[in-house]
Ligand binder design. Structure first.
Ligand SMILES: NC(=O)C1=CN([C@@H]2O[C@H](COP(=O)(O)OP(=O)(O)OC[C@H]3O[C@@H](n4cnc5c(N)ncnc54)[C@H](OP(=O)(O)O)[C@@H]3O)[C@@H](O)[C@H]2O)C=CC1
Ligand SMILES: O=C(CO)COP(=O)(O)O
Length: 294
């Protein structure tokens, strides 16, 4: 039996999908919600299979409060911890054996999953048997691929949010389709270079979790990260943008983690660097894009 932890946009959409296959599935969240099958955390933790869908920066504190020993964990969050500068698989591995840990990612707006629209996702685990086990919880309109490249799937899911912010900025500055296509192509190369440094496989960046999620997120106002970029280009303040959004835009935090990791390891990440300067050093977006295109 499976429990979902996290009742935000993505957690509730995945729960809605899983319920179609597993009617007894339950959900919990920090904030109580009026959802059929909502239980408290203690109850949710009784199940063997647990799907965790909470904001990436909240995960390390959450893990200190629960006992996940011998549980089988699937993580749907996309981000890098920007205090510890650690990938989520590294944070989880302090509490859960790698063989009990899997990650789900791919091009998947919650709204479309709630409408049963066809969606492809990747479940990555060092234990492919576990990835297969988790794939059985999802209904046919969610096509699940399995993969062993945990680092690649994680980096791709986190990094594409940063490129989506850059793409929103490009759109907001009205720089045109040519500039946006160049930005996405270079963005894909950049996230691959960063990922390969940490052991990811190039192929992962060409698949649904890489190019697929990048093209989705960096091309649509349905993406919260893209909308952050659009509003930054309009000169709005980050705090106002995030308050109005009311949901997490992981790219804002992932940008800082990537910036610091790339400086520490001397990895060339020009797009993430400019997004960092816009968000954290008040650099003017137009100046950033000019510097990038030089
Ligand atoms: N929305 C989408 O289409 C997709 C989102 N994702 C990823 O899923 C993750 C969640 O996103 P989403 O659900 O959309 O975001 P929301 O902002 O809608 O929800 C955030 C979730 O995180 C929980 N949360 C936040 N802070 C804490 C905390 N300190 N302790 C415990 N729980 C906390 C919230 O709990 P509560 O509200 O109960 O307080 C809520 O369940 C993100 O990493 C996102 O990138 C991945 C694919 C698609
Ligand atoms: O990850 C997502 C789609 O795959 C959702 O993107 P946003 O968080 O930018 O809305």
């Amino acid at each position: 039996m499976i429990s979902v932890i996290g009742g935000g946009a993505w957690g509730s959409a995945l729960y809605y999908a899983i319920k179609q296959k597993v009617p007894d599935a339950v959900i919990t969240s920090r904030t109580k919600r009026d959802i059929d099958g909502f239980v408290d955390l203690k109850q949710a933790l009784k199940n063997e299979y647990i799907l965790i869908v909470i904001a990436a920066q909240a995960i390390k504190d959450f893990l200190r409060t629960v006992d996940l020993k011998n549980k089988k964990i699937l993580v749907a969050s996309k981000g890098i911890d920007n205090e510890k500068l650690m990938f989520l698989n590294e944070i989880f591995e302090e509490y859960v054996e790698a063989e009990n840990l899997a990650f789900i990612s791919g091009p998947s707006f919650a709204k479309e999953v709630k409408e049963n629209k066809p969606t492809a996702l990747v479940i990555a685990s060092k234990n492919l048997k576990l990835a297969e086990e988790f794939s059985k919880f999802f209904p046919p309109f969610l096509k699940i691929y399995t993969d062993s490249d945990v680092e690649g799937v994680e980096v791709a899911g986190a990094y594409k949010n940063v490129i989506a912010i850059a793409s929103g900025i490009c759109e907001g500055l009205n720089l045109g389709k040519n500039a946006k296509a160049a930005l996405l192509a270079r963005g894909l190369v950049e996230m691959d270079r960063f990922g390969e440094f940490f052991g990811a496989k190039k192929d992962t960046f060409l698949g649904v979790a890489g190019a697929g999620d990048l093209f989705l997120t960096a091309n649509s106002t349905m993406s919260r990260n893209y909308r952050v970029g659009l509003n930054l280009a309009k000169g709005k303040h980050l705090n106002d943008i995030l308050n109005k959004l009311g949901e997490v835009a992981e790219g804002v935090y992932t940008t800082k983690a990537i910036y610091e990791l790339s400086k520490k390891h001397n990895i060339y990440t020009p797009i993430a660097d400019e997004v960092y300067k816009i968000i954290y050093e008040n650099k003017k977006p137009l100046k950033s894009l000019e510097d990038l295109l030089k």
